[in-house]
Design a protein around this ligand. Structure first.
Ligand code: F6P
Length: 361
């Protein structure tokens, strides 16, 4: 039986990432300490709202989790109440079930911590009458209306460390080392990780590459006594006029396409066309793991507390966003209208080119 307190629900949707627990902690502690609210954790993202699975969160439940990776209330990157999949491939609209379950849980408001997919669903539920706000997270950093998402910085650190380590074998064995990183249809992870790790060639979806140019750079470096090259490839990279490589299609997922495999293709092409030895490392889910960086802990704390303030002020349909050095409220609809891609004319690309990095064009 609930008391008279305002009851707030928290869910984490989409792929996990470092900083989610820090964000849950920030929302919940603000709710308990500043607004005397009751807090409910929804299990496994929207799946918990569909299946009516939740747990009350006390102050002690969210204490001591700042440094922990993942999300202790679980997440799902399959569940979409508007298109709930089954293994038969048949989708059903269960948004009505979600609204009913929210009433049954007696939630007064919901905080959705998620990326593009989760917040698109959140925005649709908001339009159906659910009182909610968004907090942006994804290692991909492909969400609009915020300068950065929770998890991106931690993933960039993981990629940078991996490139640092690959340098030693590349140098010792005079090899071409190809490293494939995540990021879906945007190249932020490859770009920031690649520049930070001093990658010689960075291939991203926004700049389709020409394999001849890639091979030319590798061969030139080999001749000039730098007898190794590091190639950082985004999973969504594609050759000019070519296609992205799809690793698998998950039928019962709201976003069924999973990319992957371009690293192997590029290494094979380089070996065939240059005669140089190439090796591939696919970094995979290591990028989503581990403890959040101090930057992500700060960002999660700032965005999470602000998200709870938005709820307390009744400002629904909004997302907490990093704008410059500040945290601001933006409309959820602006955050999800399309994904945020790298601008090939941006100053980051310009700086990379200035220090001799090739984008394979
Ligand atoms: O959106 C985060 C992300 O890690 C992407 O970079 C990647 O394409 C995808 O999720 C992988 O999804 P899954 O964990 O379902 O394989």
């Amino acid at each position: 039986m609930r008391g008279s307190k305002f009851r707030i629900g928290i869910l984490t949707g989409g792929g996990d990432c470092p900083g989610l627990n820090a964000a849950i902690r920030a929302v919940a502690k603000t709710a308990i300490l500043n607004y005397n609210m009751e807090v409910i954790g929804i299990k496994d993202g929207f799946l918990g709202l569909i299946e009516n699975r939740f747990t009350p969160l006390s102050y002690s439940d969210v204490s001591g989790i700042l440094t922990e990776g993942g999300t202790f209330i679980g997440a799902s990157n399959k569940a979409n109440p508007f298109k709930h999949g089954s293994s038969s491939g048949r989708n059903r609209d269960l948004s009505g079930v979600v609204l009913r379950n929210v009433r049954m849980m007696e939630l007064d408001a919901l905080v959705c911590i998620g990326g593009d997919g989760t917040l698109t669903v959140a925005h649709r539920l908001y339009k159906k009458g659910l009182k909610l706000v968004g907090v942006p997270k994804t290692i991909d950093n492909d969400l609009r209306a915020t300068d950065m998402t929770i998890g991106f910085d931690s993933a960039v650190v993981t990629i940078t460390e991996a490139i640092d380590k690959l340098h030693t074998t590349a140098q010792s064995h005079h090899r071409v080392m190809v490293i494939e990183v995540m990021g879906r249809y945007a190249g932020w992870l490859a770009l920031y990780g690649g520049v930070s790790g001093g990658g010689d060639i960075i291939l991203i979806p926004e700049i389709p590459y020409d394999i001849k140019n890639v091979c030319e750079v590798v061969t030139e470096r080999n001749k000039k006594h730098k007898r190794f090259s590091i190639v950082v490839v985004s999973e969504g990279a594609k050759p000019k006029g070519g296609r992205m490589v799809v690793k698998r299609v998950i039928k019962d997922s709201a976003e069924p396409i999973r990319l992957g495999g371009i690293g192997n293709k590029i290494a094979g092409d380089i070996e065939r066309l240059t005669g140089l030895e190439a090796r591939v490392t696919v970094l995979g889910h290591l990028q989503r793991g581990g403890s959040p960086t101090p930057f992500d802990r700060m960002l999660a704390t700032r965005l999470g507390t602000f998200g709870c303030d938005l709820v307390a002020r009744g400002e629904f349909g909004k997302m907490a966003a990093l704008r410059g050095q500040d945290i601001k409220a933006v409309d959820l609809k602006d955050a999800v209208k399309s994904i945020k891609k790298v601008d090939p004319k941006s100053t980051v690309i310009k700086s990379a080119v200035s220090v001799g990095t090739s984008f394979g064009v």
